[in-house]
Write a protein that binds this ligand. Structure first.
Ligand code: GTP
Length: 499
């Protein structure tokens, strides 16, 4: 037990000690090169206060956590750079755990670059003042090294920044509230606690009686099997939720001129697709990522389905439309309302194709505004329902006057919820691909191999190694592991500069 703890303690110590004497880093945390009312420049490290004194010309120390109105000057001169609000966070009570200075200056290229250049000019390596521009994710890396956040928490901040929809934002925030951190710590602790009796068997096996040994191994196996189940259902939850991150794919299918492009425009209030009255305007598929009720949705507006087309380009488009619909989560068939409305041969073929059997299919009858007599419209929908044997929801809509569009959005939202819901009703969760890969390749693999070793009476040392693989896997996820530097490079590579 002691031996294990010492190894992990050493891992944490080694990352912390590498944080000592790090250069002071600074970065523009708001988007670069853009005109904006305000821009934020952040500085972290031991020289933060030095930079504050040099830029403001003030001798008194900054007051922590208090907004200070300060003029900034080019160091060593009285040339005014900007009037700013400065915030100071004293170590260790800051995001990075180091002294942080935040300069809230006016936005725009000239102001920010004058301040950034002045900070860089303070770099004086000969006198031990090491200041440089930050690399991507370097602020977050410091906060990890100073034990402020674990890797899953930092990854969820990155996901929060990347969130495009309300639901993605909520999922990223729920990962950030530390719930997963506690769960990973508990998993690791369970395995470490089981490792102790295993290590004892390896070291003192001859002194332990056979029955005693069997009961120890059975207890460990019971714990490991229980944990494996938990990890597996967590992976399922990540997989189910990944649709929220990647986007739910909808393909729009229908005859030329049915109003597919108009429907996208109605859903987005945007001219995403070309709308024209010449049939076959959408020559190829167009992918449009949009936000419907907080869900990221990727709509593919496909070329109209025709049985025969002399136009080779259009024929290619139709083939691609069929391909795309196979890869979609939901297929929206757009029909044109008219009294002779029928599902034509090509649509029928597609509906019956085996590739579409597991898809959610919705039929929308567009241009309902053209049918003046609403009884006639109801009869048409009724007949269509009969023809389709009530298999699919059918909605009359009009892209022209927006009639039925909100019903369609409600129906789609219900389908999105079903697509992303886990069987046990747990909240969706967004985790990085890195975490998912480690859970599958290290944790589940290690646990499975461990159980295989126990079941087949293979060497106990090998079983121990497999359990250790799972422990290290969880350590890689949170950052409590030996060899952490490689892990950190992977994690922080996708972060923004200034975060
Ligand atoms: N009256 C009426 N006309 C509509 C409606 N929706 C679309 N249209 C018209 O129908 C024509 C074709 O619309 P599009 O959205 O380009 O149809 P499409 O299915 O994308 O056509 P393709 O690109 O040929 O596949 C245009 O003239 C639209 O203005 C509607 O609800 N009512």
């Amino acid at each position: 037990m002691f031996r294990l703890f010492n190894v992990f303690q050493y891992a944490r110590m080694s990352t912390i000690s590498s944080a000592i004497n790090l250069p002071t880093i600074y970065a523009l945390s708001t988007p670069p090169g853009q005109r904006s009312a305000i821009a934020l420049i952040r500085v972290t490290g031991t020289q933060s206060k030095y930079i504050y004194h040099k830029l403001t010309g003030k001798e008194k120390n900054p007051v922590p956590r208090k907004a200070m109105y300060r003029n900034l000057y080019m160091p060593g001169s009285n040339i005014l750079l900007d009037s700013t609000i400065v915030l100071y966070f004293k170590a260790p009570h800051s995001f990075t755990g180091e002294d942080i200075i935040e300069l809230h200056c006016h936005g725009g290229r000239a102001v920010t670059s004058a301040i950034l250049n002045s900070i860089q000019a303070l770099n004086d390596m000969e006198n031990g003042i090491d200041i440089r521009y930050a690399g991507p994710g370097e602020f977050s890396r410091r906060s990890f090294q100073n034990d402020k956040f674990d890797l899953t928490e930092l990854e969820s901040i990155n996901q929060l920044i990347d969130s495009e929809t309300e639901l993605q934002r909520r999922c990223a925030l729920s990962s950030f509230n530390g719930e997963n951190k506690v769960m990973f710590q508990n998993w690791r602790q369970t395995l470490i606690e089981n490792m102790a009796p295993l290590t004892a068997i390896v070291d003192f096996g001859e002194e332990i009686e056979i029955e005693g040994m069997e009961s120890i191994l059975n207890n460990i196996k019971r714990d490991v099997l229980k944990l494996k189940k938990e990890v597996q259902s967590f992976i399922e939850r990540i997989e189910k939720s990944s649709i929220l991150q990647n986007g739910i794919r909808i393909s729009l299918l229908g005859k030329p001129n049915a109003g597919k492009s108009s429907l996208i425009n109605s859903l987005t209030n945007n001219d995403v697709s070309i709308v024209s009255s010449i049939p076959g305007t959408t020559r190829d598929s167009i992918d449009a990522p949009i936000d419907i009720n907080g869900y990221k949705v990727i709509i593919t507006d496909t070329a109209g389905l025709r049985e025969q087309s002399d136009d080779i380009i259009e024929n290619l488009g139709i083939e691609r439309a069929i391909e795309k619909s196979k890869r979609s989560d939901i297929c929206l068939f757009v029909l044109e309302a008219d009294s002779s409305m029928k599902i034509d041969e090509s649509l029928n073929k597609l509906l019956l194709s085996k590739e579409l059997q597991d898809k959610k299919v919705i039929l929308v009858v567009n241009k309902e505004d053209l049918i003046i007599n609403k009884d006639e419209l109801r009869t048409m929908i009724h007949n269509l329902n009969n023809e389709m044997k009530n298999q699919y929801p059918i909605l009359p809509i009009s892209c022209l006057n927006q009639c039925g569009i909100s019903d369609l959005i409600d129906l789609l939202t219900k389908e999105f919820k079903e697509l992303s819901d886990t069987s046990d009703g747990a909240d969706p969760i967004i985790m990085s691909q890195r975490v998912k890969d480690i859970l599958i390749n290290d944790v589940i693999f290690g646990l499975n191999s461990f159980i295989d070793c126990l079941d087949s009476d293979i060497d106990i040392v090998l079983a121990t190694e497999n359990l250790n693989l799972a422990i290290e896997g969880i350590g890689k996820i949170t950052g409590q592991v030996v060899g952490i530097e490689e892990v950190l490079d992977v994690v922080f590579a996708n972060f923004c500069v200034g975060k």
